[in-house]
Design a protein around this ligand. Sequence first.
Ligand code: NAP
Length: 255
Amino acid sequence: MAEDPIARFRLDDRVALVTGASSGIGRSMVSALAGAGARVVMTARRVERLEELAGTLPGSVALRCDVTDDSDLEALVTGTMERFGRIDILVNNAGITEVTPAETEPADLFRSVVAVNLTAPFLLTKLVAGPMLEAGRGSIVNIVSVLGLRGVGQIPQAGYAASKGGLVNLTRELAAQWARRGIRVNAIAPAWFPTEMTDEMFADEGARRWIRRRTPMGRPGELDELDGALLFLASDASTYVTGQILAVDGGWTAV
Ligand SMILES: NC(=O)c1ccc[n+]([C@@H]2O[C@H](COP(=O)([O-])OP(=O)(O)OC[C@H]3O[C@@H](n4cnc5c(N)ncnc54)[C@H](OP(=O)(O)O)[C@@H]3O)[C@@H](O)[C@H]2O)c1
């Protein structure tokens, strides 16, 4: 009998590290990875939220980490290796933004957005690449944004757009550097999903109407609509895919 093609999406025995797991997309992705069989190391600053989630997922753990703190990043990778001895999947998901017109966007805001959304994924990826290169395998999934692929303007956030655009091309460059050494690096570019990051936007009827009008599918995304892209890129279902940016956007970038 032919092998079950769905088996390639399974993550049994894999260890996945997810940043920004205390809310929104990260929290939802932890559940998807664990549901596919992975043991998940979930991280963020609000550790009490992580512990509550970890309590529902046997084999998974919560570790506190501020991704802008280099020693926290090192402790996160060391702690994961001590506990599990391997890291198969890294999801760089932690992110921040603030909507402000560029002409008044404070320098410190721009710098802090780049620190969380671009510098931290690079530094954490570097740390995780050590054990992944040694093992000769690994899948890294960066959570970017349609704002890293297009200018939007109406919801002004220059630091965010720049950081996500940077992460888009960092994805491609790292994919190219490591393609022959077993590490694949890809990204998911969501459009609009209801989370803490977007709660003000979703509370505003004008903004909701704008999303419906501007999105070819006429609606925002549901969090579990990111699961398929994540499991594809994280698993052996995508062993010949690297350096790609998969938009999950209801057609936003198709027009
Ligand atoms: N929602 C959308 O429509 C949308 C669209 C495109 C892309 N995205 C991207 O998706 C990712 C997740 O966003 P979300 O919408 O789920 O937002 P969210 O609910 O606000 O979650 C952001 C996560 O990042 C963590 N985080 C922020 N700063 C951190 C820091 N210094 N150290 C460690 N963790 C930090 C937060 O945890 P703590 O506060 O507990 O540390 C939280 O878990 C982000 O990269 C975002 O840019 C979202």
